[in-house]
Design a protein around this ligand. Structure first.
Ligand SMILES: [Zn+2]
Length: 334
């Protein structure tokens, strides 16, 4: 990680959070975004989804509030953590997506209705497809050759196959850059943010969605929060750290809100699995668990309509929503 950043301004959030487990130590890593030296351990946890044993450590910056995975797996090792089971999870999360895309299109339309648009990590083009045939010149960046091919055929967009930082576009190329559920997977988000700042036209917007580390579920479940997705999520943002990063490249916040994206069931299963292990049982990790049978589904429905509903009603008292939806603009004079 880069360590040659300018130390942080002291004006960032300096909140006392409830899971500070260790003070800063000589071994602590400086914040890769703002350069603050006195970072601390936020939490430590394994990949609970796959039921693996290796413990990962998350560090937090008290200045800009960024959380990141210390010593992440090398990029050439990462394939071991993106399994078929994880792909299935992502696909399942996309079910019922028409409403999701409609919401995003509506948010986009409040700022831009036409122009050149680039979707970072466009996968097989589900979002781009919703804009096809409108007044958009569509582009995407996608690492998977297979997904990129589908996206290209489905949407007519020009897709760059590779990493975001390998793509080359002239300065001031795009009216809109979007990035949904991707930014948390990047190794060097500050470099990608610099590119976004460069590729956007003055007045262009960056629309980004990431999980919220300071969400109610994140705070309630701590290291059991399913949104941690260790070690696949390398950076964990709060509204403050995301805005700090965007500001650092000259982007101004137009809107930033957190929305409920509850998946309490998965986090609870991680808790239960650990309880079972504590008494010598060996529960099958969530990734490899067969589709639940009818009795289990019925029980789950009862839990959802009682305990989970109560938890969700209380959640706003504990923290924000689980997803951050933010739109930033490149200032006209940049
Ligand atoms: Zn920082």
């Amino acid at each position: 990680m880069s360590t040659n950043k300018t130390p942080a301004a002291k004006s960032g959030p300096d909140r006392d959070v409830n899971r500070v487990t260790q003070p800063s130590s000589p071994n602590a890593e400086p914040c890769p975004v703002c350069g603050r030296l006195e970072t601390y351990q936020w939490l430590a946890a394994p990949d609970r989804f796959h039921g693996r044993k290796e413990i990962y450590t998350l560090l937090r910056c008290p200045a800009c509030s960024l959380v990141w995975l210390s010593h992440p797996p090398q990029p050439d090792e990462m394939y071991q953590h993106y399994t078929e089971a994880y792909d299935r999870l992502i696909s399942a999360a996309g079910e019922g997506s028409p409403q999701r895309w409609r919401d995003r299109n509506a948010a986009l339309a409040t700022h831009k209705q036409s122009g050149a648009l680039l979707d970072l990590g466009c996968s097989s083009g589900a979002f781009l497809q919703t804009l096809r045939g409108r007044n958009w010149d569509l582009h995407g960046i996608e690492m998977s050759e297979q997904s990129a091919k589908i996206a290209q055929e489905k949407t007519g967009a020009k897709i760059f196959v590779g990493k975001i930082l390998e793509a080359e576009f002239p300065t001031n190329s795009f009216d809109v850059i979007t990035c949904f559920d991707v930014f948390e997977h990047l190794y060097e988000p500050w470099r990608v943010m610099e590119r976004i700042g460069k590729w956007l036209k003055p007045g262009g917007i960056f629309y980004v969605l990431v999980p919220n580390i300071d969400s109610a579920e994140g705070r309630i479940f701590g290291s059991y929060w399913h949104g941690l997705e260790l070690p696949r999520h390398l950076f964990h943002y709060s509204p403050e750290s995301l805005e700090f990063l965007a500001k650092s490249v000259g982007l101004t916040r137009l809107s930033l809100e957190t929305r409920r994206n509850p998946a309490v069931g998965t986090s609870l299963r991680y808790v239960w699995d650990d309880l079972f292990r504590a008494v010598g049982m060996h529960p099958t990790p969530v990734a490899y668990r067969p589709e639940a049978g009818l009795p289990w589904r019925a029980a789950r429905k009862v839990v959802r309509s009682t305990i989970l509903r109560a938890l969700l009603a209380l959640a706003p008292l504990v923290g924000g929503g689980e997803s951050i939806h933010a739109i930033f603009r490149k200032d006209a004079n940049v």
